[in-house]
Design a protein around this ligand. Sequence first.
Ligand code: ATP
Length: 134
Amino acid sequence: MNTILASIVTPNGKVFEGDVHMVSVRAVAGDMGILPNHMPVVAPLKISAVKLKSFDADQYVAVSGGFIEVRGDQVTILTESAELKKDIDVSRAERAKEEAERRLSELTEESPEYKAVQNDLKRAENRLDIASRH
Ligand code: ATP
């Protein structure tokens, strides 16, 4: 069976590199499932889970947006931060969620920080969602 060489890269280094059967991502324009022989594409991603389907099991990785590039049988995801499910610190994400909710409750939608704090909340919720998956 054909495979894809998938890598997830952040400014701190590679979070994942390996051969997988399918990569599923949540792009800004919609969900994408990438199998071998996919057409070339570059697309921005949402704060979301990347699913890596491989021989033995599925793996989930939290990504804070970024981009996916598909070229040949290589998929590269470039993102500011990414964590494998097993590396997610749940209490840290819970604290980040509470802090973001507290700050949002003190802001109006017009305030300059509103979007950034909303994204802080989304990153924390995404980590918690992925950490709670089986
Ligand atoms: P926090 O407020 O807890 O720092 P954040 O969303 O602001 O969270 P990021 O800026 O997205 O954090 O990431 C900074 C670094 O910390 C990255 O290397 C990221 O992988 C890591 N990181 C952030 N939150 C967690 C977490 N809950 N578990 C594991 N690593 C995390």
